[in-house]
Structures are given as C-alpha cells and as structure tokens.
Design a protein around this ligand. Structure first.
Ligand code: NI
Ligand code: MN
Length: 229
C-alpha cells in the first residue's frame, strides 16, 4: 500500500491492486495542497464529515470521473446522490468491500454540517475510517475528533490498526498532547499527525506530538511525499 499526504486531512491510499482511495478531498481551497483537482484521479473517495475542509472538491472530482464511488455517512450520501454522484452511505460499524480493500466507518467525536451552505445544514454524524487491505494491513483515518475512550476499547483492542492518522491541530480537534494519548490507546505501529499547519489557527509543531507519542513510530511526511507499507 502506498500512502501520500495531500496536506490537512487529505490522504491518497493506493492498494496493491492499484485501487486509488482519496480521503477527505480538500484540494483547491487547501492552503497546504499544491495540487489541482485535475491532478487527482481516485477510484474511491471517503468523506469523514460535512465540513468544507473534508467534503472539499468531491462534487467536482465526481463530475470529471463517472466511475467514482464515494463512501461517507448516510446523510452526506443522500446529499451527493441528489447531485448525481454515486455515493454509498454507511453508519458506525458498517463496511463495504471494494476490490482488495474493506472500508469501515467508525466513530469520531466532532460535529458534521455543510458549513459552506448559507444555512449550515445538518450532515449526519462525523466519522472515521478503517481501511483493511487484503495483505492484512490496516489504516485508521480518525477524521476530526476529540479524544474518546473507544479509541482504546474499540479501535485499539478490536480493530488494531497498523497505521493511525490522527489530528493534532487543536481548536477543531485534539491537540498534540491529547493526540499522543490517542496514539497510546490505539497503539498502532506507526502514527502520522494531520490537520495541523494548514491554517494559522491550527499551527502546531509535529515534533512536540512525536515526543509524547512514544508508544510507536511517528512518521511526519512532507506534503506529497509517498510512504510505502
Ligand atoms: Ni471538522
Ligand atoms: Mn477539519
């Protein structure tokens, strides 16, 4: 599996079969992402919640890519279906299998609205995703979240991800110290911080997180750097 950080919470995962998964496709308005939407060509997009910095450019990407499948929560899937996008709505604990990957929606403690709409519409429950690849590798993308005890009892003890992508920015999510507790509770082999430094309000030093998340190896990729697992 190849993993590429696109800045903020946007990640591209490429399975061994070549299935391209884009999580939280915040491209055009993402100050940390140098790509244009024409530079990405995913097979699957996963959206953790409705906020603009996660929902991102999904509608535009789907317009250029008629075979795209979007995996998200039920409410966002309805919203997207009404815009002609092929979307599958999940709720907590459920999964779909696409090619050589199982994609499961799990919990996040956050909010979820279409904050880019004038009347700030409800967008279901915020989620996280567990990707289980056919070679056994498991990647957990936490979405936007605060710390919660089921990171230990459900995500850590039941699902046991190998790689955890955790927000550290504070203001909207966990700060580095809380994220380090999440890292200890989830206890993956590798942890990758996200949702920091894309805006001035979430400026953080990922090395501070690394110092506290001493249970496992912290990887701090540069934007667009590809890591192989
Ligand atoms: Ni959010
Ligand atoms: Mn966010």
């Amino acid at each position: 599996m190849k993993l590429r950080w696109l800045g903020h919470s946007a990640f591209e995962l490429i399975s061994n079969n070549g299935l391209g998964i884009l999580v939280d496709p915040f491209i055009q308005a993402n100050p940390a992402c140098p790509l244009k939407i024409s530079d990405v060509n995913p097979d699957v997009i996963c959206i953790t919640h409705g906020h603009a910095d996660h929902f991102g450019d999904v509608v535009e990407i789907a317009r250029n890519n008629p075979n795209l499948v979007v995996i998200t929560n039920y409410e966002i899937s309805i919203y997207l279906q009404r815009k002609g996008v092929h979307a599958i709505g999940l709720n907590y604990g459920a999964f779909v299998r696409i090619d050589d990957v199982e994609i499961r929606m799990l919990e996040a403690k956050h909010s979820s609205t279409f904050d880019f709409e004038i009347d700030v519409k409800y967008a279901g429950n915020p989620g996280s995703f567990l990707f289980t690849f056919d070679d056994g590798l498991k990647v957990f993308h936490a979405g936007d979240t605060g710390l919660f005890s089921d990171m230990k009892f459900v995500i850590g003890e039941i699902y046991k991800p190998d790689i955890a992508l955790l927000p550290i920015g504070n203001i909207f999510t966990m700060d580095p110290q809380e994220a380090a507790i999440a890292s200890r509770w989830i206890n993956p082999k590798f942890v990758i911080p996200m949702h920091y430094n894309s805006f001035p309000s979430i400026a953080q030093d990922p090395e501070e997180f690394k110092k506290s998340a001493h249970n496992c190896k912290t990887l701090i990729p540069k934007v667009l750097e590809t890591l192989e697992f």
